[in-house]
Ligand binder design. Structure first.
Ligand code: FES
Length: 113
């Protein structure tokens, strides 16, 4: 699997947080049916949602350091590309990414129906 999930399939937008609850360069754990999602905000106020499980040994990515389009795992510092979920070379592996939108100051994640 690569890239953002196919959004042509039916999704529902779930309100998960206020934009003000997620500071720049911050992360927040969101629990949804089926798992945990790391909600992350970079210095450009871009918001990303990826599975909260590092492809290396399951580190909590919501607690990682965000820089640009990357998050660094807090356990062993693997760098994960927030746009596609891929671990950056020389590391290999991938986490699932989720569509995000911000409406009226609320952050919504697109989840399968
Ligand atoms: S668990 Fe994330 S780098 Fe090791």
């Amino acid at each position: 699997m690569t890239g953002i999930p196919d959004t042509s399939t039916a999704i529902r937008w779930q309100d998960v947080a206020a934009l003000t609850d997620l500071p720049a360069l911050g992360g927040r754990l969101v629990v949804v049916p089926g798992g945990e999602i790391a909600l992350l905000r970079n210095e450009r106020d871009e918001i990303f949602a990826i599975d909260n499980r590092c492809p290396h040994k399951g580190g909590p990515l919501a607690e990682g350091a965000v820089s640009g389009h990357s998050v660094y795992c807090p356990l062993h510092n693997w760098r994960i590309d927030l746009t596609c979920g891929q671990a950056c070379a020389p590391d290999v592996g991938q986490v699932r990414t989720w569509p995000v939108r911000v409406t009226d100051g609320r952050i919504l994640i697109g989840l399968p129906l």
